[in-house]
Design a protein around this ligand. Sequence first.
Ligand SMILES: NC(=O)c1ccc[n+]([C@@H]2O[C@H](COP(=O)([O-])OP(=O)(O)OC[C@H]3O[C@@H](n4cnc5c(N)ncnc54)[C@H](O)[C@@H]3O)[C@@H](O)[C@H]2O)c1
Length: 509
Amino acid sequence: MLLDGKDQARAEAARPQRSPCALGRTRSGGIAHPIAWRLHTWMNVGVCCAAAERSEERATRPKLHVMGVYRDGVKGSPNMANASLTPCIPYNEGKGARPRVGLTIALISSSQILAILYDGGKAAQEEPRLLGTVENQLGIREYLESHGHEFIVSSSKEGPESHFQQHLKDAEVLITTPFHPGYLTRDLIQKAPHLKLCITAGVGSDHIDLNAAVDHKIQVLEVSGSNVVSVAEHVVMSILLLVRNFVPAHEMIERGDWQVSQIARHAFDLENKVVGTIGAGRIGYRVLQRLVPFDCKELLYYDYAPLPAAAAKAINVRRVEDLKEFVSQCDVVTVNCPLHEGTRGLVNAELLQHFKKGAWLVNTARGAICDKDAVAAALTSGQLSGYAGDVWNVQPAPRDHVWRTMKNPLGGGNGMVPHYSGTTLDAQARYANGVRSILKNYFEGTPQDPVNVIVGESGYATKALTLVKDKLRGWPGRAHLDMIRVTLTRPFVTVSFIISLTQPSPSNA
Ligand SMILES: NC(=O)c1ccc[n+]([C@@H]2O[C@H](COP(=O)([O-])OP(=O)(O)OC[C@H]3O[C@@H](n4cnc5c(N)ncnc54)[C@H](O)[C@@H]3O)[C@@H](O)[C@H]2O)c1
């Protein structure tokens, strides 16, 4: 029997507010949906059916298990792990709820989702908006469990006995965050036969061996753009606190001292300084935008992908193509490129020699882009006046990490904090929502937003190629000499496509 629109609407309205499980939803057996939906809506009858629970069985068709017989509107959710007849408690909550005798059918492919998040402790208990914590679990537990999935959340991530390594063996989806990275190496990927999807709650998936993910057909997605403003604001703050010598000034006040000259001897204005970013993507560009009102002498960028002319003009930024030349012109350098094979250790002892003496360096991209010891040595010698950021080559940073305590010759110049610039409460709301939509798309088989895809179903996302195709599609075929330079920043290699388009000669025009 087919339902007309009114029936469908009535049935929708009559659905229990808290469904015991997702109706008719199945990833492994598409047939279930129409049968379940019609039985539920037409007869108000349902039987909760779990797909094969054990991951070994998931490859096969889902098996039907009668989970419950109940009146419409059931409190509680069936335990999908025990696929047996489960008595359900009828209830009559809510206005106008009409008890209806029936069964509800749903075919569910239960998946194990593992999340490695940071411990929130008391703060997370007191502040529910700390969504990225073990305690608050990205706000997605109810959503996942109501769809019959098993959700395991832990901060334990180091070593073979960690929850990370133990549960990875059965996990189909892994959620990690750059703020407390679960490092997913090739070795661990090989021990995770059911892993299909990795989601980074935030931006930057360098803690995952992406080549291994491609080889094992594991998709990797992140919530692009979710915290770019948060980081850009932190960068601007860090530039100011270094240039204005803020940290030693505050420490002096806390100590009970008051010696203005000691601070002022190394405090400057940002106005009239040259500020440059390595990487002018979402964050780098936003940093430059925010610096415009400071009347810097010049804004520069180093990036192998040039900004669109209009974007560069809007903030009056100049591109410098040679990295050494670039750093030698900057009073302040900020690092805003991803960590990949081409940027690991990019700011090393050799490059630091090309910096202006006494320059300031801010890195909120990834700790491993800057050589730890070379930066500490440059700060101690005064080659750098200051170094600030929130990212470390290992996280959490060991207690004796040199960046915690390094100082310039005047006892200041350290603006290091734990990795938090991209995990403000505003950012957490955005990336938690993003994780939920990625999961929803995955379970419902809906295409993912391409901007979030790092590794897709058929390998690395090829944004650059798409861009080239788009450019070519609109090409008039009679124009002038032009050059499109497109850079593929992922995988961890740089591939530049340079396409020259010349005006056809009159004979072949
Ligand atoms: N600290 C935090 O909380 C935090 C939060 C978000 C992102 N991040 C980091 O910031 C990075 C940048 O984020 P985004 O959103 O701006 O990324 P994006 O992809 O929008 O921009 C990155 C830019 O870097 C450029 N780039 C890549 N390799 C380069 C190289 N070798 N030299 C010069 N430029 C290069 C790219 O062309 C691109 O323009 C992320 O990859 C992540 O590592 C940190």
